[in-house]
Every structure is written in structure tokens, then in C-alpha cells.
Design a protein around this ligand. Structure first.
Ligand SMILES: NC(=O)C1=CN([C@@H]2O[C@H](COP(=O)(O)OP(=O)(O)OC[C@H]3O[C@@H](n4cnc5c(N)ncnc54)[C@H](O)[C@@H]3O)[C@@H](O)[C@H]2O)C=CC1
Ligand SMILES: O=C(O)CCC(=O)C(=O)O
Length: 472
């Protein structure tokens, strides 16, 4: 557990928002924070609230690029180097408007039920399987991630592992650490001319394909969709075809129902004798019990695992039998490289992710822009400018039902609707409209009328709220 740090005092950087909005954004704010004032910068962006009222919780050692970006905006940012235990997470998530996580923090429906004020989740990684995306959308919580900022880092780790496995580097190094000098070439091979089989030819798989070919390997890949092969790589028709033909099999699929235990005993036994398995995707994709047995039988020559079906939530001496039964077995296997989910953990990747996800959160909070969202329709409009006085941006997240937009437009209709964009994704729709000639005294009435509309949404959807922004 870590001590919260970097809590910025509340700041009043902008013209105060309407009382109802202050109430919305201030709900749960701790009265103990000090107040201070930052210079007002005349930016051409929405300031629908006091930016200092926005409370952001960053977990799992998210890069300082994100922290600094968000702090500069005047938001209150509290950051922790690790994830939080369940009870602490439930408590902390209650008050915040934004939470930033990586892969350890599980934002399930029951955790999200505690999140009374949550507007957005930033997954500072590629995977979003740790978040119940659908439930978050139903609660009007928008989720952002970084689709490829750490892809290269994962690809580089895998290429390193291919060589290390082929030369049994980890075992050799371990022997030396224990004082044993054991020279020899038995079961050490070059990777040139060998076949790399990639399962999942997306951002990481295709990047790896380029690296592997440049080192003289042949590349086969299997993917559920037909894809353009890069270089001389070849897409195969079935998983079995890839498994029987590859010297190294590496997994780069997302965690889905279909990929759970994608590699079980049958698949492991289908792999070539003396081949190697690498998993830097998600732990549940490989049946570890089967892997241990097949490795002990000598059928596989080695493996590298960066991800596990259960991973410790804290750094420390936790990779032991308390985590799972298979841990002891895996630790005892020869020529197996074990790494603590560090595929994307490079300074370059983390900095890029911090800027990308931090920027997406900022654009969402400040402008309502959902471009890049993982669970909401992608909607944006050109920003309002400070010259456009008496303009108001209305954002309305609602159930995707016939008639809702007509009702919304009836309410907005007394004003000039300068621009409007609406889109839906499954059951959820997102509407953004810029209306003009709005007197500040009318904002509350508009809000109330829209809020009544949202009452038509079943009770569990009640947090879907209208959200206003103005240039003032
Ligand atoms: N170890 C680490 O630190 C990291 C792990 N990851 C994991 O790697 C995964 C892949 O990342 P990206 O390449 O960026 O994803 P991506 O979405 O670009 O590519 C995934 C590919 O897998 C394919 N696919 C999906 N289901 C499949 C199936 N059943 N069989 C075969 N192919 C299937 C998709 O069609 C797609 O082409 C992420 O979802 C994440 O879980 C990502 C980054 C870092
Ligand atoms: O960096 C992390 O904590 C998670 C990396 C990962 O697995 C991802 O980006 O999906």
C-alpha cells in the first residue's frame, strides 16, 4: 500500500459554473482541501466547471506525463504507485470523477456501483478486459485506452525471448549466479531460418513479424480475420496448421470468451516436438496446468510467460503458492522465462501512453469529445471559441431508444442549435450539441428539463446525466 501523493488544492481557474453543475461535480468533495488560485488563461476551450473540482485518481504507477498534463489543467490528481485493495478501491472510487488504471485494477460492475461521480476511466495500457466496458457505458462512464503505444515494447521483449529460449540463456545465467560454469552447445540453436508462428496479427503481432523477418526468421500467422501479411509472412487457415509448423509460437490476442484457454493440452501436444511457447497476451489464454505437464514430458523445449491467470496486485514476494497452485510447478520448470507482466513496461511506452490517455481524458472532460473511447460512440464537434459568448455545449448520454432525440431537440429548440452530432453504440447513445443565444439564467432550466428526460431511463441507469459546457 502506498501513501497518496500529489494532491493539488482546489483551484478556481475559471468562471464558476451554474449551481446545479457545481453540485454535480462537487458531490462528495472533501471540505478539508485548501483553496488556492491559479492564473486564468484565456483558452478557447470549454470550461463547464471549476477545473479544480475535478478529482482524478491514478493507480499503478501511471507515468508522470499524464499526471503533469492533468495537474496543469488544474484538476486534483492523487496518484499511487500500486493498485488498491478491494475495500480501499471501493472507498476511493466513490468520490472521483476520473480513475486511471493499468492492468491490475479490476473495475467490475460491483466496483463501479460504488463510483457515484465517475465520468471517465483511463486504461493506461492496451487491454481493457479489466473493465466491465458495457456496464460502465450503461452508467454513462466513458473508457479510454491506448491502442498501440506499448506495442513495440512487447514485440521487442518477445524477440529477445525467442533468442534467450533458443540459447537457454536464463538457465545458463542462473547456473553462473550459483557458481556453476557449464559450457556446451547441446540444445542451443540459432533463430535464423526458424519459423515464428504468431497467433493474433494485430498491432503487436504485425510489429513482431517485421522484427522476426529482419532476423532471418520465417513468419506464419493465424488470426480470426483475413489480414494483409507484412513482408513474406503468410497467414495460415487454422490454428492447428500454425501449431504443427512453428518452431516458436507466440500469442498476441485479446482476452475474450473465445481466447480463454485457446492453448490447452490438445494445442500444446499439437505443437512441434522441441518447440517453444511465448505468452505476453493475457494469462487466461493458456492452460498453465496443461503447460506444466507438457513441458515436464519434454514435448516443449521451453516457454516464456509474461502474463498469468492470477497476478499479484502489489509488487513484492507474492509469486508463490498463495497466489495459485501452479506457481510452484512453473517456478521449478527448466528453460522457462518468467516476467512480471512487463511487456509494455518501458519508459518510452509509458510516456507515450501517459500523453495519449491523459490527452483523451482531458479532451473528454473539457470538451466532451469521445474520440478513441472503448465503450461509447465516438463523437466530437469543433471547439467553441471564447469569442462565441452565450454559447453552450450540451452533452447528453442516453439510452438508444426511438424518440429520445426528438424530445431532446424539443427542449433545445428554443435556442439556435449551431451544431449537433449524435451516435450510438449498442444500447447507448451520445449526443453533443452547441447551442447559441443562451442566457446564463437559462442553463439551470435546460439542465432540469433534460434531467427529467433521463428519469425515463430505468433506475440503474440514472447516473446518465446531461452535461453542460460553455465558453464562459
Ligand atoms: N504483456 C503486456 O504487457 C501487454 C499485453 N498486451 C496484450 O496483447 C493483446 C494484443 O494486443 P494488440 O496486438 O495491440 O491487439 P490488436 O487488437 O491490435 O490485435 C489482436 C489481434 O488478435 C486477433 N484475434 C482476436 N481473437 C482471436 C482468436 N481467437 N484467434 C486468433 N486471433 C484472434 C484480432 O483479430 C487481432 O488481429 C492485448 O489485447 C493485450 O491483452 C498488450 C500490451 C502489453
Ligand atoms: O502496463 C501494464 O500494466 C499493462 C500492459 C498490458 O497488458 C496492456 O497494455 O494491455
Amino acid at each position: 500500500m502506498t501513501i497518496p501523493r500529489d494532491i493539488i488544492p482546489l483551484s478556481n481557474t475559471v468562471v464558476p459554473s451554474s449551481p446545479s453543475l457545481s453540485a454535480f461535480f462537487n458531490a462528495g468533495a472533501s471540505p478539508s482541501y485548501e483553496t488556492s488560485y491559479f492564473p486564468v488563461v484565456p483558452k478557447k476551450q470549454l470550461k463547464p466547471f471549476n477545473t479544480g473540482d475535478i478529482r482524478i485518481l491514478l493507480l499503478e504507477d501511471i507515468d508522470r506525463t499524464a499526471r503533469e498534463l492533468l495537474q496543469k489543467e488544474g484538476y486534483q490528481v492523487e496518484s499511487h504507485t500500486s493498485s488498491l485493495r478491494d475495500s480501499e478501491l471501493a472507498e476511493k472510487i466513490r468520490d472521483v470523477h476520473v480513475i486511471g488504471i493499468r492492468s491490475k485494477t479490476k473495475l467490475t460492475a460491483s466496483v463501479l456501483d460504488h463510483a457515484e461521480n465517475l465520468l471517465a476511466i483511463g486504461c493506461f495500457c492496451i487491454g481493457t478486459d479489466q473493465v466491465d466496458l458495457e456496464y460502465a457505458a450503461k452508467r454513462g462512464v466513458t473508457v479510454f485506452n491506448s491502442p498501440f503505444s506499448n506495442s513495440r515494447s512487447v514485440a521487442e521483449l518477445v524477440i529477445a525471448e525467442v533468442i534467450m529460449l533458443a540459447r537457454r540463456i536464463c538457465d545458463k545465467s542462473m547456473e553462473m549466479h550459483f557458481g556453476t560454469w557449464q559450457k556446451g552447445s547441446t540444445r542451443s540453436r540459432e533463430i535464423r531460418g526458424k519459423v515464428l508462428g504468431i497467433i493474433g496479427y494485430g498491432h503487436i503481432g504485425s510489429q513482431l513479424s517485421v522484427l522476426a523477418e529482419s532476423m532471418g526468421m520465417s513468419v506464419l500467422f493465424y488470426d480470426v480475420v483475413p489480414l494483409m501479411a507484412i513482408g513474406k509472412a503468410k497467414q495460415v487457415k487454422s490454428l492447428a496448421e500454425l501449431l504443427v509448423s512453428s518452431d516458436f509460437v507466440t500469442l498476441h490476442v485479446p482476452e475474450t470468451l473465445e481466447t480463454r484457454d485457446l492453448i490447452g493440452r490438445t494445442e500444446l501436444e499439437t505443437m512441434k516436438k522441441g518447440s517453444y511457447l511465448i505468452n505476453a497476451s493475457r494469462g487466461c489464454v493458456v492452460d498453465l496446468q496443461a503447460l506444466c505437464e507438457v513441458m515436464r514430458s519434454g514435448h516443449l523445449a521451453g516457454a516464456a510467460l509474461d502474463v498469468f491467470p492470477r497476478e499479484p496486485s502489489d509488487d513484492g514476494p507474492y509469486f508463490n503458492e498463495d497466489l495459485a497452485r501452479w506457481v510452484t510447478e512453473i517456478r521449478d520448470l527448466p528453460n522457462i522465462i518468467l516476467t512480471p507482466h512487463i511487456g509494455g513496461s518501458t519508459e518510452e511506452a509509458q510516456e507515450a501512453i501517459g500523453a495519449e490517455v491523459g490527452g483523451a481524458l482531458l479532451r473528454y472532460i473539457n470538451f466532451g469529445c469521445t474520440i478513441g473511447a472503448a465503450n461509447m460512440p465516438e463523437v466530437t464537434l469543433r471547439s467553441l471559441t471564447v469569442a462565441e459568448e452565450s454559447h453552450l455545449r450540451v452533452i447528453f448520454i442516453h439510452q438508444n431508444r426511438p424518440g429520445v432525440l426528438r424530445q431532446v431537440n424539443d427542449i433545445l429548440g428554443d435556442h439556435n442549435v449551431d451544431k449537433q452530432m449524435s451516435d450510438s453504440r449498442g444500447d447507448i447513445a451520445y449526443m453533443m450539441a452547441d447551442i447559441s443565444k443562451v442566457d446564463s439564467t437559462e442553463v439551470q432550466a435546460l439542465y432540469t428539463k433534460l434531467e427529467v428526460l433521463s428519469c425515463e431511463i430505468p433506475k440503474f441507469l440514472s447516473p446518465l446525466r446531461p452535461y453542460f459546457g460553455s465558453t464562459r
